[in-house]
Design a protein around this ligand. Structure first.
Ligand code: GTR
Length: 389
């Protein structure tokens, strides 16, 4: 408790102003040491920030890769999408003290593209018809045909395989499987966002065994709560080379201290299972947070990260998402790279893709659309070289 209070005070001391906001300094340690090199960032500051997010926001996963993690390819068929794609269905299974779990992975790969191919992994929280493995239903939320036609592997799993998206006092899903039986839950125990991020990391464990996928060019993407999850996943798991947040908003890409749209108190009240218990201490008190969301984006450095907003999605605070990218940029500059590369918000539908942080604000509502996907693939093409089917 004392250490928590001390950290909060230290952060307040090291705060600086951005557009009138007093944000915690991303490049200054808790004891006010200024970070001047990538080595110092990695050694002194990055672990500190990661720890603060675990302790106060997303919670701590009690397990990494389970010892008995297994991958079973239950089907391989090469005649999908008019013969252009191979579908594999993979069961990723594991067990813990509270039982067994299974994540069903759907994976399409372009048949003709030179292997190994880069990949996009979608964390899906919407209805399963959005990720129809038979491709009878084709939703822009997961445009597998378009992804494949651009030479990328299209992978997805549903979050409910990892942890159902409901508040049940953390009995079901991986919480029930891995939380120590009978023990009282601690204030920093993992919530559902951290559980889903853990699930995406288990998919990465599988990808590393799949010779047709280039595990050094894998993007993890999510929309809204899935976007929060993608960011937390990418922050913790540096095997993901590209992290994409689509309309993630509060406790995703948006700066909490702006207090625009959804607030910390709203999200904790409406979704009490998403974050750790400690996060409630900041309900109505965002300025006391020892972190803000620009620091989460900065944890991706020097990898690729892309944040997208939508004009009508004011609940997710588009300006706060943009500013978080601006404020994360100094960490990329430490690496001699461009971060976002601009400080003024772009016009709708004009992507900013000049540095290692990408950003756009799309016209329209809270959604993941074909326009968004095309921007993400353009950004990947730019940095990874154009893929061809
Ligand atoms: C909203 C919620 C957001 C966002 C979204 C979603 O209602 O307030 O934080 O995550 O739902 O996941 O669709």
């Amino acid at each position: 408790m004392f250490i928590r209070a001390l950290l909060i005070v230290l952060v307040a001391v090291s705060a600086r102003c951005a557009e009138g906001l007093a944000l915690p300094e991303v490049l200054k340690t808790a004891d006010s040491k200024v970070i001047k090199s990538p080595e110092q960032w990695r050694q002194d500051r990055r672990p500190q920030i990661l720890e603060l997010f675990k302790e106060h926001v997303y919670g701590r996963a009690p397990v990494g890769r389970p010892d008995d993690l297994r991958f079973e390819v239950t089907e391989t068929r090469s005649d999908f999408m008019g013969g252009r794609a191979t579908r594999k269905l993979v069961d990723i299974s594991f067990s813990g003290p509270g039982g067994e779990g299974r994540i069903g992975l759907i994976r399409f790969i372009p048949n003709k593209a030179p292997k190994p191919v880069p990949a996009f992994l979608l964390i899906c929280h919407r209805g399963r018809d959005n990720i129809d493995p038979s491709r009878q239903v084709k939703e822009p939320f997961w445009p597998a045909e378009e992804i494949v036609s651009r030479g990328y592997a299209a992978l997805t799993f549903h979050v409910s395989d990892v942890d159902p998206d409901n508040y049940d006092e953390f009995k079901d899903g991986v919480h029930g499987i891995f939380d120590p039986p009978g023990a009282e839950r601690s204030g920093d125990a993992w919530g559902s966002i951290a559980a889903w991020a853990w699930g995406a990391s288990r998919v990465m464990d599988y990808i590393e065994t799949d010779a047709d996928i280039d595990d050094e060019r894998v993007a993890v993407i999510g929309h809204s709560r899935g976007g929060k999850t993608a960011l937390w996943c990418g922050a913790r798991d540096e095997r993901f080379a590209f992290v994409i947040s689509n309309d993630s908003g509060c406790t995703g890409a948006a700066l909490a201290r702006r207090k625009q749209g959804e607030r910390v108190a709203d999200i904790n009240k409406n979704f009490p299972h998403w974050f750790c218990e400690n996060y409630n201490e900041f309900n109505g008190k965002e300025e006391n947070l020892p972190v803000d969301q620009h620091m989460l984006i900065a944890l991706m450095a020097p990898r690729l990260v892309y944040v997208a907003s939508a004009t009508e999605d004011t609940w997710a605070d588009p300006k706060g998402e943009f500013l978080a990218c601006v404020e994360a940029s100094p960490v990329y500059e430490l690496y001699g790279m461009k971060g976002l590369g601009v400080k003024t918000m772009p016009e709708p539908d004009t992507p900013v893709q000049i540095g290692h942080i990408g950003y756009h604000i799309r016209s329209g509502s809270h959604n993941l659309t074909l326009f968004d996907w095309r921007c993400y693939m353009d950004f990947a093409d730019k940095h990874w070289g154009k893929s061809n089917e």
